[in-house]
Design a protein around this ligand. Structure first.
Ligand SMILES: Cc1ncc(COP(=O)(O)O)c(C=O)c1O
Length: 448
């Protein structure tokens, strides 16, 4: 059996990590086990999983049902190609189920294995749609500053955080970034929802509507700092998209499958997206799976395309039977245990707890929707001066007090204060939810 020291030394020699820098990896957390909302580390600590892994472990850790579903499916059929002309039962069942859970206009699913691949596929769906419609010049994708859409080449170009671009530019010039719906830092006298949607319209007009294929938007920005738009934003954005013949891609990689208190997040505004990207909670992270939900309008374009306009997009693991079988077991748990409704109720409880932090002078904003909450830090509340450089200290204090979370650091964009991000598993018990604000209070006090 390897000692922890040997394992960590081997890791430092042999593994390249996401967001790699050796300074950040001197004393990595070695997580050995998870049970419910708790994680156990190799050095014997127990931590509340305040971010549900990476926003994805909706049902909590250690659910044997998912392991059983994977083993059963692997023993029966471990892989089968789903390229046109071939298919498999779990993929069909899961596609039908997700279509029913999603929007009234949702029609069909293309499966991927990650969020970035879902967005990359959604961009290709959008370009494909306009080519079938005889508008091949509509190729550009608009996204918003502070948005996160993954970091493979095309999604990186959509991601609105410069820190992800610096060492990998240039960006794809057919991607254009515009202002987000960010109530706390909205400047101007207009309603921030309407104003931010109008900023998108301005960008469409500047680029020329005949060159724009789609806009991509997270219903609630996650990695950017849990930025919740005003209720006016998405209805206005939908109106603008319709006016200029631009598709609306909802990036529901975090919000899909219950996190905001509904299965998918735009229903609460009565808005129907043309394409939806999903990943993460569809399997609660137990196995990689993602996908794109095509609305009837987009699906019709695929179904009616002539043979020489085939949808030549593919991936070996699209419709992977094992991943889809695990997703079915995961959805059984989310449904059976009422976790979507629970996310709404527990989210309000967590947000109410975090609101009590507003008496701290460094707390500029507290926001959230469902079990996605953010606390933005400032050094001067009146001037909303961003507090920068405290992310590391706060993360460490929280870990020392038994809470693992993520703090969006100012290096991503110094115009935003470091923001504490929370998205615990949807099953997190009330007493654990109630402990979180107290731990964060002490961590903020210690950091300043
Ligand atoms: C909203 C959103 N879109 C896309 C992605 C990228 O997903 P992945 O890391 O699986 O490629 C993420 C990842 O956090 C995300 O939060």
């Amino acid at each position: 059996m390897d000692t922890i020291e040997r394992l960590v030394a081997s890791d430092q020699h042999h593994l390249v990590h996401p967001l790699h820098h050796p300074d950040d990896h001197k004393t990595p957390l070695v997580i050995t086990e998870g049970k419910g909302c708790m994680l156990h580390t190799a050095d014997g600590r127990q931590l509340i999983d305040g971010l549900a892994g990476l926003w994805n472990v909706a049902i909590g850790h250690g659910r044997a049902e998912l392991g059983d579903a994977a083993a059963k499916q692997m023993k029966r059929l471990g892989f089968a190609s789903a390229y046109a002309g071939g298919t498999n039962e779990p993929a069909i069942q899961l596609a039908e189920r997700i279509v029913k859970l999603a929007y009234p206009t949702s029609a069909a699913i293309y499966f991927t294995t990650a969020g970035a691949e879902s967005n990359d596929s959604a961009f290709k769906f959008a370009r494909y749609f306009w080519k079938v419609k005889g508008k091949p010049s509509k190729v550009k994708i608009i996204s918003r500053l502070h948005g996160y859409h993954g970091v493979t080449m095309a999604p990186m170009s959509a991601t609105g955080m410069a820190v992800y671009h610096k060492m990998f530019g240039p960006l794809d010039p057919t991607f254009v970034r515009t202002a987000p719906a960010y109530p706390y830092r909205w400047q101007g006298n207009t309603d921030p929802g309407v104003g931010a949607a109008e900023a998108v319209e301005k960008t469409i007009l500047e680029q020329g509507a005949d060159t724009v294929a789609a806009i991509i938007a997270e219903p609630v920005m996650g990695a950017g700092g849990v930025i919740v738009p005003p209720d006016t934003y998405f209805p206005k954005l939908r109106e603008i998209c319709d006016k200029h013949d631009v598709l609306l891609i909802a990036d529901e990689v975090i919000t899909g499958f219950g996190r905001t208190g509904s299965w998918f997040a735009l229903g609460r505004y009565n808005v129907q997206p043309d394409l939806v990207s999903f990943a993460k909670a569809v399997t609660s992270g137990y196995i990689p799976l993602g996908g794109v939900i095509a609305s009837k309008r987009v699906h019709d374009a695929l179904q009616s395309a002539p043979a020489d306009q085939k949808f030549m997009h593919a991936a070996t693991y699209s419709g992977h039977p094992v991943c889809c079988a695990v997703a079915m077991a995961n959805l059984d748990i989310i449904e059976g245990e009422g976790l979507v409704e629970r996310a709404g109720v527990m989210g309000k409880r967590l947000l109410a707890g975090l609101e009590t932090l507003r008496d701290l002078p460094q707390v500029g904003d507290v926001r959230g929707l469902g079990l996605m909450c953010g606390v933005e830090l400032v050094t001067d509340r009146g001037a909303k001066t961003p507090a920068l450089g405290v992310a590391g200290k706060i993360t460490k204090s929280c870990i020392d007090a038994g809470l693992l979370l993520r703090v969006r650091g100012g290096s991503a964009d110094p115009a935003i204060g470091d923001t504490i991000c929370l998205s615990p598993p949807l099953m997190t018990p009330e007493d654990v939810i109630d402990r979180i604000p107290g731990i964060i209070r002490k961590a903020i006090q210690a950091a300043f």
